[in-house]
Write a protein that binds this ligand. Structure first.
Ligand code: PGA
Length: 252
């Protein structure tokens, strides 16, 4: 972390915590965090749980957002979700190009770029996820892969717009195998340098770059101690209030 950027702790619930579990989670989290300052906390519930989350987190500083979106505002797109609907529910943000969207559902880099643009146009802050597969890393192609994901994903973004980047190596997601803080820091520094080249120094210092992939209470502190790791995007360990609260209260 770095004093110039507020740390971000984000929970990606994936396809977990339906409406009633989501309500119980939010009531408990709200009580435990109180008016916690200096940390930005974001939840990404499944779409069907968003109304409940919106309801329970009203008048708190805890943010929430969608796990995905479509780039059109409305129309005949069965099964898709409009960025306008997410805004209407009070979402401030949305994930784009999560590894499971890319590798389970076949989402392409260009589609991620359209989604990022649509999110911004609707007033949402997109979190563009990127990360290499194990075979890319073993072939020494990590940064080449990540750079292409950034190039297409952020291709239509202007320097002054607000967005986040989440670096999530595919081999570390849900596997219990976290990137070492050194491995994560190395890629984060490269991402930040790339942001500087594309968007200039102001954006480079401002844009938060989160790490994701098997983040847990016992490794969050050392990850957050690295200068270019501005926050974490957490799956499994975000599903229980106890462990999520511990992540929010990391000590770096
Ligand atoms: P994990 O998931 O923390 O369960 O590895 C992270 C993510 O996919 O965002």
């Amino acid at each position: 972390m770095n004093d110039k950027r507020t740390p971000v702790i984000a929970g990606n619930w994936k396809m977990n915590l339906g409406p009633s579990d989501a309500r119980a989670f939010c009531i408990e989290l709200r009580a435990r965090l109180g008016d916690l300052r200096g940390r930005r906390v974001i939840l990404f519930p499944p779409f069907v749980s968003l109304p409940v989350v919106a309801d329970e987190l009203e008048r708190t500083s805890i943010e929430f957002g969608g796990q995905n979106l479509y780039w059109e505002g409305k129309g005949a797109f069965t099964g898709e979700t409009s960025p306008l609907f997410l805004r209407e529910l009070g979402c401030s943000t949305v994930l784009v190009g999560h590894s499971e969207r890319r590798h389970v559902f076949g989402e392409k880099d260009q589609e991620c770029g359209r989604k990022v643009r649509a999110a911004l146009d609707a007033g949402l802050v997109p979190v563009l996820c990127c990360g290499e597969k194990l075979e890319d890393r073993e072939a020494g192609d990590t940064f080449q892969v990540v750079r292409l994901q950034l190039k297409y994903g952020l291709g239509k973004v202007k320097a002054e717009e607000a967005f986040l980047v989440a670096y999530e190596p595919v081999w570390a997601i849900g596997t219990g195998r976290t990137a070492t803080p050194e491995q994560a820091q190395e890629v984060h520094a490269l991402i930040r340098a790339w942001l500087g080249e594309k968007f200039g120094d102001e954006a480079k210092e401002r844009i938060p770059v989160l790490y994701g992939g098997s983040v847990k209470p016992d490794n969050v502190d050392e990850l957050m101690a690295r200068p270019d790791i501005d926050g974490v995007l957490v799956g499994g360990a975000s599903l229980k209030v106890d462990s999520f609260e511990r992540l929010v209260r990391f000590q770096a």
